[in-house]
Design a protein around this ligand. Structure first.
Ligand code: GLU
Length: 327
């Protein structure tokens, strides 16, 4: 790999059909990777098996292909690069949590029958569960491995106490976090699967991702992710968190008030050019009032400096205007 080349990824979870906000995230990643002649990877984050939606992965891949987004690496499927899938990579994560336990950055919590029942009945809140689990923090490194062979466990990451964290986001600027307000998150579940936070960070590191561009809703995960990078002593990539898409009443864009799947807009006859042009301008614009861009022009013009910090209204009238223009 050329040291200077940028590497980006789009990392959806197959928990539903591709959302218009997801397509915008994929587009911004694509524009930046193309502009800097770097690479873009597709990674399916499917470690939460309970939330998988039938056919969602298929839909994600079809919609991205419809939009003309091509990936530059990954397993071959029919002449194109397919996605990396976390459920195909499960054997990778074990060595990493063992390393964290050895370095005293993580600890296994053993579950009694009563405790498992509590969790199943949902009578134990995540906060109470973390507090209860803190008794496992001071473990004996010599006996822990045998205990892990014989008992049901989850693994939690130790969030350092009495520390503040300053995160410099490509889009949001400086964001401060107080680590005392963050619970020790579970990184390995009792079924042995890694949680989103763990698999996400390990894969971004192994895939040598230089820029992580994703939705605003992931900003609160930043402290956990940075603690993980530091625990492994890994270089921290650049992060950019994109503004939310909003309904006209400024609430978060939701299924109740709007169609949110890309597929539903294709069904209604919206063209690819109109969708791409419209979505790209939701939260990004150049200086001046230019509105019409082809995909190639977007690649040339795009920059993170011109992405807004605050939410962008999904204005259907405007999408209709773009659609009429392109038809
Ligand atoms: N898997 C996450 C999602 O479904 C994406 C997280 C990320 O991009 O880091 O949105």
């Amino acid at each position: 790999m050329n040291d200077k080349s940028v590497r980006l990824r789009f990392a959806p979870s197959p928990t539903g059909y591709l959302h218009v906000g997801g397509l915008r995230t994929a587009l911004y990643n694509y524009f930046y990777a193309k502009k800097l002649k770097g690479k873009l990877i597709l990674r399916i984050e499917d470690t939460d098996q309970n939330r998988l939606v039938n056919n969602a992965e298929h839909n994600l891949i079809d919609m991205l292909a419809w939009a003309g987004i091509k990936f530059d690496e990954g397993p071959h499927i029919g002449g194109a690069f397919g996605p990396y899938r976390q459920s195909d990579r499960l054997s990778i994560y074990k060595d990493f949590y063992i390393e964290l336990i050895k370095k005293n950055h993580a600890y296994p919590c053993f579950y009694s029958k009563k405790r498992l029942q509590h969790l199943e009945d949902s009578t134990l809140s995540p906060e109470d569960a973390t507090i209860e689990d803190s008794i496992f923090k001071n473990f004996n490194i010599n006996t822990i491995w045998e205990q892990m062979e014989n008992q049901n466990f989850v693994v939690r990451l130790k969030i350092p106490k009495n520390q503040k964290l300053l995160h410099k986001d490509l889009i949001k600027g400086s964001v401060h976090f107080d680590l005392n307000l963050i619970n020790d998150p579970i990184i390995i579940k009792s079924d042995g699967f890694p949680t989103y936070h763990f698999a996400n960070v390990i894969d971004d590191h192994l895939m040598e991702i230089t820029h992580i561009i994703r939705g605003d809703e992931w900003l609160p995960s930043i402290p956990k992710h940075i603690v993980l990078y530091k625990a492994f002593n890994w270089a921290i990539p650049q992060f950019g968190h994109l503004p939310l898409l909003l309904n006209s009443d400024k609430t978060k864009l939701s299924k109740r008030k709007n169609d949110v799947s890309v597929a539903s807009y294709i069904e209604k006859g919206y063209t690819r050019e109109a969708m791409i042009n419209f979505l790209s301008l939701l939260g990004w614009h150049e200086k001046g009032d230019r509105e019409i861009y082809s995909l190639t022009e977007l690649i040339q013009a795009f920059s993170f400096e011109r992405v807004n910090k605050s939410g962008a209204v999904f204005d259907i009238q405007k999408l209709n205007t773009f659609n009429s223009y392109y038809i």
